[in-house]
Each structure stands twice: as structure tokens, then as C-alpha cells.
Design a protein around this ligand. Structure first.
Ligand code: MTE
Length: 303
């Protein structure tokens, strides 16, 4: 399969966390971004080189995964009981090869890469996470996207016996998300299977979750069991819960406030109690790569 990123790693390259953090390869995915951004890529890559990942502790204990409770510590406390093997992903709708795709089989067909991305929650906190994963485009190509497809819908596992948070109707389960097809096929859009070179901990969405770094974190749906190609915009959980507060696009945008708080700045997790807030960047800093997807769109209207 043709690669759009210059430096790719295979699962054989994945190393334990400590060694991983010291490796030059940690920047491999970021180096690839230079290629993506073309001539403008070098400064972008240089900027990316300064990205300092959060700690393992930050990423795995400060989580949002409402199926296990709404507290930030609930997923780390309760997600351990989730059975993640065997696992399969149903891919259906407007695809040539619909079916149940076994997770191990998917892994054997994909090229794993390591990428450090900024991650910005709609609640105005942020982290930097070193993900391992493959491009969603490659998985969609495996299933064969049909010409009429315009959107991609995603669903999380719904298994009340292992998910205590689903006893409450915090959201309309199963958790659902969606992307426009061009967003889904964008090379930055990742299906993550790991962090810090290790398999994804359950609380972070094992065994595979979406990562869309230029959108608010709630678009990055965890523990995916179904992917559906459609010609109409799919319903999404947060939009169904409150359409005024959570739009379908949810691109990170410092100029469009959440109805109840500003999005102009963010609190970097791990920065300490007295750390000053950082300015939020348009498209979370990935504008060079993705702004053209929204040419001509009013982003305040399509928030
Ligand atoms: N996916 C599911 N299934 N359930 C959730 O509650 N929370 C979302 C997103 N994906 C969520 C989810 C939100 S609001 C955020 S900010 C991120 O996951 C958090 O990812 P993290 O806990 O790995 O940082």
C-alpha cells in the first residue's frame, strides 16, 4: 500500500516506554508531516519537534470515557474489566467488502506508525500524546469505499455488564461519532492502537480508537466496534445530547466559544496548578494540513 509518510515503523519497532521516549523515531511521524505540508513543511516539523509529550500518568489517569463513569479517574478505575480480546470491527454501509473484520487480522494488514499529536478536549484542557496506530484511510481502503459514500459513522462497544457508566443515561448509548469522508481519509486521521509504544490501556480506548488531532477530543471515539459508510451525516452522541453546544464538525477554534466557556485558551494537563494557560491554536495547530478541507465554509455556523 502506498505510504504518504516518509518514515514508517512496524510493530517490530515498538519499544518499551522508557526507551521509546528517547528514540529518534519518536519524531518519525512528525517528520512525515513535513512531506505532507510540502514547502511549508520544514518550519512545521521544527515546531513539532518541540512537542513534549505528557507523562504516562497524565494520559492514563485523566480520562474521559463515560461508559465507565463521568469522573476523570473513573475510566482508570473501572475499565480494567473490559474484555478487549477477541475483538472485531463491523464495517458496513457503502463499502465493497462489508463484514466483521477481526482486530488481529486488521493489524496484520496495517502499517503501524508512531505520531505525537496535540490533543485538545472541548472542556479546554490539552495534552500531547505519543500514539501508535495506522491511518484510517488504509482501513477504509481495505473495505473498499464506494463512490456514493460521503460520511463515516463510528460506534463504541456497548456492553453494560462491563461498563458501569452505561447504567446512567449520561449519553444515548452506544457512543457514536462521525466524520465527513474527506476528513476520514485525511492522512492525519489515525486509528490508534497504542500510546508510548505500548498497547492502548482500556481507559484510553482499547483495542482501537479514533484520533482526529484538529478536532475536539470527543470526536476521537474509543473502543470502536462498527464503522459505517453513508451518504448522509451520521448522528453523533454529543450532538444528540446538546446540538447547541456540540456541533458535528467540532474543529478546534479559539474564536468560537462554547456557549458556557471560552475556547480562546487551554489548560495544559501536567502544567501544575499555577501554570499559565496557553493560547488555543486554530485547528489545534494543524491548519496547514487541514484548513483547505473547509474552504468556503462558515466555521462559526458549522462549528
Ligand atoms: N469515546 C467513548 N466511547 N466514550 C467517551 O466518553 N470521551 C471522548 C473521547 N472518546 C469518550 C470517547 C472525550 S470527551 C475525550 S476528551 C477523549 O475521548 C478523551 O480521550 P483520553 O481519555 O484518551 O484522553
Amino acid at each position: 500500500m502506498a505510504r504518504r509518510w516518509t518514515n514508517t515503523l512496524t510493530s517490530a519497532d515498538v519499544t518499551p516506554k522508557a526507551a521509546f521516549l528517547n528514540r529518534r523515531q519518536i519524531m518519525a511521524g512528525i517528520g512525515g508531516m513535513a512531506g505532507l505540508a510540502g514547502i511549508g513543511g520544514l518550519p512545521q516539523a521544527a515546531q513539532a519537534e518541540t512537542l513534549e509529550p505528557n507523562s504516562w500518568e497524565d494520559v492514563t489517569t485523566y480520562c474521559n470515557y463515560y461508559e465507565f463513569g463521568t469522573g476523570k479517574g473513573d475510566p482508570a478505575k473501572y475499565a480494567g474489566q473490559l474484555t478487549t480480546s477477541p475483538w472485531s470491527v463491523k464495517i458496513d454501509g457503502l463499502v465493497d467488502r462489508p463484514g466483521d473484520y477481526d482486530f488481529q487480522q486488521i493489524l496484520s494488514e496495517m502499517t503501524l506508525e508512531e505520531r505525537i499529536y496535540r490533543f485538545r478536549c472541548v472542556e479546554a484542557w490539552s495534552m500531547v500524546v505519543p500514539w501508535t496506530g495506522f491511518e484510517l484511510a488504509d482501513l477504509l481502503n481495505l473495505a473498499g469505499v464506494q463512490a456514493g459514500a460521503k460520511y463515516v459513522g463510528f460506534e463504541t462497544l456497548y456492553r453494560p455488564s462491563e461498563m458501569p457508566g452505561t447504567a446512567y443515561r449520561a449519553l444515548d448509548w452506544p457512543y457514536r461519532e462521525g466524520l465527513r469522508l474527506d476528513e476520514a481519509l485525511h492522512p492525519l486521521t489515525l486509528m490508534a492502537t497504542g500510546i508510548f509504544g505500548k498497547d492502548l490501556p482500556n481507559q484510553n480506548g482499547a483495542p482501537l480508537r479514533l484520533v482526529v488531532p484538529w478536532k475536539y477530543g470527543f470526536k476521537s471515539i474509543k473502543s470502536i466496534v462498527r464503522i459505517t459508510l453513508t451518504d448522509t451525516e451520521p448522528q453523533t452522541s454529543w450532538n444528540m445530547a446538546n446540538a447547541r453546544e456540540y456541533g458535528f464538525y467540532s474543529n478546534v477554534n479559539p474564536e468560537v466559544s462554547h456557549p458556557r466557556w471560552s475556547q480562546a485558551t487551554e489548560r495544559r494537563i501536567g502544567g501544575g496548578l499555577f501554570a499559565s494557560r496557553a493560547d488555543t491554536q486554530m485547528f489545534n495547530g494543524y491548519g496547514d494540513e487541514v484548513a483547505s478541507l473547509y474552504d468556503g465554509m462558515d466555521l462559526a455556523k458549522h462549528f
